[in-house]
Design a protein around this ligand. Sequence first.
Ligand code: PLP
Length: 395
Amino acid sequence: MSVFTTDKKFLARDLPADDLEIVKSDGNFLFDSKGKKYIDFLMGWCVGNIGWGNKEIKKKISRYKGPDYVNPAYLYKSWAELAELLAKITPGKLQKSFRATGGTEAVEIALQAAMSHTKRQKFISIEGSYHGHSIGAMSVGSSDFRSWYKNFLPDCYKIKPPLDKKAVDKLEALLKPGDIAALIMEPIICNLGVEIPTQEFMTRAQALCKKYNTLFIIDEVATGFGRTGKLFASEYFGIEPDIMCLAKGITGGYGGLGATITTEEVAKSMEYEFSFYSTYGWYPLSTEAAIANITYIVKRRKQLEKNTNEIGRYFVERLSNIQFKYPAKIHAKGLAIGVIFKQAGYSIEVATKAQKNGVLFSPLNDKICTLFPALNIDKQTAKKGLDLLELSVTD
Ligand SMILES: Cc1ncc(COP(=O)(O)O)c(C=O)c1O
């Protein structure tokens, strides 16, 4: 049986698989089973921030000699090391990490920690956003999810972008009754095609959360580890969240891992009275990968930030000059890039043609394409990929 047939028969999917069997990854490139080489402008959707096949990290993982598995109740040096590392690099007073397997679980823990800390049940989030696919994470995601299941968290109010003065006024009205556990949002919303809040929105949102004893949960699952041109997108706004969710780029693709980092006070409220448990949260090999990946990024932080911003500007310039068949707006911060089309369905047409021509990115929905190239991509590869993209809309 071909992979396609076996996949179709045994793998549950919401949509049929792309006709693309990946067999190898290297740097900015993916290779399919027919030997075709693709420029990867997706990097697993904000996963491979430093490119595929990083020798330093792979060497560290292959030389690992520690335990196969450690029960969550025991001490394990690398857990302490990773938690300390996260506390050092994240903004404000974030200090204690909860161990998770990925982004959804990190968000789930954040929601539970906010409820246990505030003794409140309600949330506010951004309309159309995405924070994962568990019941809790979908409750704070797009309202569209609400039509699927009945047992979501009962109250999650939504703020509609643009995130400006009007939006923050609405936020204040929602916070005023004093019954909201937390506001949860991506600092720069990759899941809305790189929607960037105004400084006023973020500064006032932070102050209002403090005023009404509501926690501010920042979801940096997609934006974290350099994607937007700073280690964390929160740094652009000078905000100090009470809880931050991390995953994806935390290991660079060399392991599965998520983290929910909170202030000391928030972590304290999860002790004894509440419980949490994750069998594979911070699996030893994934922890090794996360430490190696973060160390690599932090050591080259300035250089990566510079490249991300320079090449990011080049993407914007090139994309703005492409003659798409329908009007397009470019939203970008660093190498988080959204192309928003007026015409429904066009994003899928563009991404499909581009894939045929050898450059990969995927439509976020029927109007938006998102591009997340590696942060250390060189200009020549960026140019080649953009040339192929341009060819895809003009041929
Ligand atoms: C902002 C954000 N939060 C949470 C998640 C869920 O992460 P995971 O797929 O690792 O569960 C995603 C995934 O795309 C995301 O983009």
